[in-house]
Design a protein around this ligand. Structure first.
Ligand SMILES: Cc1ncc(COP(=O)(O)O)c(C=O)c1O
Length: 363
């Protein structure tokens, strides 16, 4: 019987089948290819890349992104920002509202040492950020978030954006940096022409806010937007200065269905725990792999998935289906949520573990 290591033991040097399942793996050559491809595209489009950390939550991977030319990282939460700052990555944009006083305090405490910026869509929140940073002798950068049409956070239109930027320009403790809007409602559109068309509309909503601010004599240094499936439209707009794609690094089935610029580097291993005549079962349910946004898919041709439960994945076997007790791998439907289910990612080269990366800031 092959020796196996458990999820809390070290696995460097082992074949992926020697790690207890379910376990998440990153194929290093595929990841490197994805990073290089995005860097090349950004150079062609003359746009900065600020990759979204939430898609992988690994500081080692974030460092690779900086080495590949990223100007800094985008994050979704204050704890992700602190994880990056602790790892020495000191140019971070929190692409979200930070309103809890304790979190504002923590970010303000770092704001004199690093370049830290957050999204704002509310004057009281903006003032709270300014007061906290001033008290610490620092300065927090702010981006006015415009609603791209997604209907998530963001100011109600150019006039509100202008008022907020004017306030930011006047307050000590904050530094107005620019305008941002994430076009999350256009990223899943299957038809690429339609996706591009609707993304252009979303960009116009954001540019309208930037123009209103500029008309008041306030410089808008950065206009930041864009995800993995829209970067080619957002990044090609000469008015956009920075893109924030996240999923492109590890990829997943949902985005692979939309574009083939990048390959899937992330997979989850599973063991065949039941093998009947017409069906077989893996130990890889919702708690091990996220099939939100798209169904997870077999790596190879070992079967057709028919049902997913909390701890079980049921599939129809093929001639290539391994025997009871053997392992297979799956590509996750949605990568960012899959990563968040684990403590660490095992990094593979030629099917062997060459590194282990901790997943930071899971809450
Ligand atoms: C504000 C913001 N920017 C960028 C992204 C990156 O999107 P993707 O992971 O599809 O590249 C997201 C994803 O949710 C986001 O919320």
């Amino acid at each position: 019987m092959t020796t196996k290591v458990g999820p809390r033991e070290h696995a460097i040097g082992l074949h992926w089948t020697q790690v207890e399942t379910p376990a998440p793996f990153v194929d290093l050559p595929t990841l490197s290819h994805n990073l290089a491809t995005m860097a090349e595209r950004a150079t062609e489009m003359v746009v900065d890349i600020r990759p979204h950390f939430k898609a992988h939550k690994c500081v080692e991977l974030a460092r690779m992104q900086v080495e590949a030319g990223a100007v800094g990282l985008t994050v979704a939460t204050a704890s992700e920002a602190l994880a990056l700052l602790d790892a020495g990555i000191n140019d971070v944009l929190v692409a979200n509202q930070v309103v809890q006083p304790t979190q504002i305090e923590k970010l303000a405490g770092r704001s004199s040492e690093v370049r830290l910026a957050v999204f704002v869509d509310d004057p009281a929140n903006l003032s709270a950020l300014a007061t906290a940073a001033r008290k610490k002798g620092g300065e927090i950068g702010v981006f006015v978030e415009a609603d791209s049409g997604m209907g998530r956070c963001g100011t109600g239109g150019p006039e509100e954006a202008r008022q907020l930027a004017t306030l930011a320009d006047q307050l000590d403790g904050v530094r107005f940096e620019g305008v941002s809007a994430y076009e999350g409602h256009t990223t899943p559109i299957e038809d690429s022409r339609e996706r591009s068309l609707q993304t252009r509309e979303a960009i116009e909503a954001m540019i309208g806010s930037a123009e209103a601010i500029r008309a008041d004599g306030i410089a808008v240094a950065t206009i930041s937007a864009g995800g993995t499936s829209t970067y080619m439209t957002t990044g090609a707009d000469p008015r956009v200065t920075e893109i924030q794609p996240g999923a492109y690094a590890l990829m997943d089935v949902a985005r692979r269905n939309l574009l083939d610029d990048f390959a899937i580097a992330l997979s989850v291993s599973a063991t065949v725990i039941s093998r009947q005549r017409t069906r077989a079962v893996l130990d890889c349910g919702h708690k091990a792999i996220c099939s939100q946004q798209a169904p997870s898919a077999p790596v190879g041709a070992w079967g057709e998935i028919t049902a997913l439960y909390e701890e079980h994945l049921v599939f129809t076997p093929t001639a290539a289906t391994p025997a009871l007790g053997e392992q297979v791998r799956l590509f996750p439907g949605y990568g960012p949520m899959t990563v968040n289910l684990y403590d660490r990612l095992y990094v593979l080269s030629e099917e062997h573990v060459v590194a282990e990366w901790q997943i930071a800031a899971r809450r």
